[in-house]
Design a protein around this ligand. Structure first.
Ligand SMILES: Cc1cc2nc3c(=O)[nH]c(=O)nc-3n(C[C@H](O)[C@H](O)[C@H](O)COP(=O)(O)OP(=O)(O)OC[C@H]3O[C@@H](n4cnc5c(N)ncnc54)[C@H](O)[C@@H]3O)c2cc1C
Length: 309
């Protein structure tokens, strides 16, 4: 990284700045080589400033939140990885259950913090790792609801370097997808309209959801959650199990015995191991059922394209 740029970032962006930082430290799969430079801006204002500056200089930028749905390449990532997840990211409780949340706030912290103040509506999403920004990109959720359910609006930095506040009605949310998957806009913050709820009841609901997730999912191993999306009218986990893939392994990557749609890193997996195992599982399911499973997880690029809009 050019020393002048590095100095500029150090002097002008409030946050954590790490050179040649292994991405395995910032992804739930615990894989990935070094980010040339990893920047964790303190909050959404610093995030916006950093993104504008880097883009203006033509430096490739990769955005991650909690890194809980991505597969980081073994060879690392060129340019700057902007990680939004910061302890200084802010949640602002306004009147009547309206809450403004920075993109880098962990989703579970937001849900739990709201519950403590007597606001609910997103309790079923407790335990989903990652940030509010990442959750909006993926429209994270469960059979009980999605993060977009209580959304009012999202503040983004568009490709044209314009900050816009988009009402939910201007956005499209689907099953593990959203407008943001295609636009590449940077999510800065979002407003949610929560509903009044009994503090103790919501906290109990959150505990119940956590327990049930721990029973169903192999949370004791690093993973990035469900590997594939649910195919129409079926479950990826069922197809994978019945195609005999449970326990299949490539290097340190293994198809979980507990849940067929989880690949876990059971020690020393590389992202190539994971990608190879994904291909093998997909092949087996295709041969047995003629169904082409669609990947939910996002492999990050080693040489990200520089966007010029
Ligand atoms: C154990 C485990 C269980 C899981 N269970 C569930 C579940 O029940 N339901 C579910 O839906 N998911 C689940 N997941 C997947 C994952 O937690 C969600 O998709 C989560 O919302 C991703 O958030 P993140 O901040 O980690 O995003 P990341 O993985 O960091 O990023 C995901 C995508 O969003 C982009 N992105 C992130 N932040 C921004 C931003 N501010 N602006 C623009 N783009 C951004 C990234 O570039 C990337 O393309 C699970 C994962 C794990 C590890």
């Amino acid at each position: 990284m050019n020393q002048e740029l590095l100095e500029y970032i150090r002097n002008n962006i409030r946050g954590l700045i790490l050179e040649s930082e292994p991405l395995r430290n910032f992804t739930s799969f615990r894989v990935g080589g070094a980010a040339e430079l990893l920047v964790i801006p303190d909050d959404s204002l610093e995030l916006e400033k950093a993104y504008r500056f880097l883009k203006g200089k033509g430096i490739p930028v990769t955005v991650v939140g909690g890194g809980s749905n991505v597969i980081a390449p073994d060879g690392g990532i060129e340019g700057v990885v902007l990680c939004t997840r910061s302890r200084k990211a802010r949640v602002e409780f306004r009147e009547n259950g309206m809450v403004g949340v920075d993109a880098g706030v962990p989703l579970d912290d937001f849900i739990r913090g709201a519950a403590h103040r007597g606001w609910g509506g997103l309790g079923a999403l407790a335990g989903i790792p990652g940030t509010v920004g990442g959750a909006l990109v993926m429209n994270a959720g469960t059979g009980e609801g999605n993060v977009s359910d209580r959304l009012e609006n999202v503040r983004v930095l568009t490709g044209g370097d314009e900050v816009r506040v988009l009402d939910k009605s201007q956005l499209v949310f689907g099953y593990r997808t959203s407008t943001f998957r295609n636009t590449g806009w940077l999510i800065l913050s979002a407003d949610f309209q929560l509903i009044p709820s009994e503090r103790e009841e919501t906290l109990e609901e959150i505990d119940r959801v956590w327990k049930s997730r721990a029973e169903k999912f192999p949370l004791e191993w690093p993973s990035a959650g469900s590997v594939f999306k649910r195919p129409e009218g079926d479950y990826a986990g069922r197809l994978i199990e019945e195609a005999g893939c449970k326990g299949m392994r490539v290097g340190g990557a293994r198809v979980s015995e507990k849940h067929g749609n989880f690949i876990v890193n059971d020690g020393g997996a590389t992202s190539s191991d994971i990608l190879e195992l994904i291909d093998r599982v997909r092949d087996r399911v295709r041969k047995k059922y003629g169904i082409n499973l669609e990947l939910e997880q996002i492999p990050l690029l080693s040489k990200p394209r520089v966007k010029r809009d």
